[in-house]
Write a protein that binds this ligand. Structure first.
Ligand SMILES: [Zn+2]
Ligand SMILES: [Zn+2]
Length: 279
């Protein structure tokens, strides 16, 4: 681990257009010592909205608590494929209760992870399907985690996600898969990978994605973008993602920030976002 260094120029407030952090885990222990400071830095860097995403019941409860505490936070509640075992009928009933909160905007993160395979694959698939059905029942968008499971994720979405707003977070497919997702009406969220030296595939996706279907995220504390790779990530660095996406598309960063902010507000129903631009 490198020591924390000063934030790059692009994160300074005067150069930062308003942007939404659509996927972070600020409830984690990694922020126990300086959560407020991390949130403050993000706001200074232009972050006007945060979606804190649950990955099991406990973190879903903590995400809801953050959304109650901060007017610019929203929550997603769900059980990650790593914790698929947890997705009992009782746990789903608890997610249903949590979803009744106005600031719970999505079910997530849910999906399949065939890279780390921390849960048996049949259990992952069952937990994924059950939570997609819950989202349909509740008419909530879904935030999808897909690692090395592209074909199966798309197949299950085709079978279970009719009529749902679908966001594929930390998108790791290629441009052909992104095109397929566009056809299906899905949204794609890109994060730090677009800045990595070996992130060519993510940059190709960034290049072809229309801004009205593209969201930005950091997945903090994971996947810190260059030049902060390897450090604990934080939402302020979504500005670095915006900057790289703008560069790849040959667009002004202010336009990328503005349009992806609109897209996030529309996809996830972040009501009141536009009214809270500064401060
Ligand atoms: Zn994920
Ligand atoms: Zn995540």
């Amino acid at each position: 681990m490198r020591p924390e260094t000063a934030e790059p120029e692009s994160l300074k407030p005067e150069t930062a257009p308003p942007v939404v952090e659509t996927h972070c885990h600020l409830d984690l222990e990694a922020y126990a010592g300086d959560r407020r400071e991390v949130i403050r830095r993000a706001r200074q860097a232009g972050v006007v909205g945060f979606v804190n995403v649950g990955f099991n019941l406990e973190s879903s409860v903590r995400s809801v608590a953050l959304a109650r505490e901060h007017p610019d936070f929203w929550a997603a509640v769900g059980i990650h494929p790593h914790d698929a075992r947890e997705a009992s009928p009782e746990a789903l009933a608890r997610l249903r209760d949590l979803s009744a909160e106005a600031r719970v905007v999505a079910i997530g993160e849910i999906g399949l992870d065939y890279y780390r395979d921390l849960s048996p694959r049949p259990e992952q698939r069952e937990a994924f399907r059950r939570q997609l059905r819950l989202a349909r029942e509740l008419r909530k968008p879904v935030i999808i985690h897909d690692r090395d499971a592209h074909d199966e994720v798309l197949k299950i979405l085709e079978e279970e996600a009719a009529g749902l707003t679908v966001v594929l977070h930390c998108f790791s497919g290629d441009a052909a898969m992104a095109a397929r997702c566009l056809e299906m009406g899905y949204f794609i969220a890109l994060g730090g990978a677009v800045t990595f030296g070996n992130g060519q595939r993510a940059r190709e996706v960034a290049a072809m994605m229309p801004l009205d279907r593209l969201l930005l995220e950091t997945d903090s504390p994971y996947l810190s973008p260059d030049p902060c790779r390897g450090q604990r990530n934080e939402p302020a660095r979504v500005a670095l993602v915006a900057r790289k996406v703008a560069e790849v598309k040959g667009m002004d960063v202010a336009r990328v920030a503005r349009d992806t902010t609109r897209t996030a507000a529309r996809a996830l129903g972040l009501s009141g976002l536009a009214a809270r631009r500064s401060g």
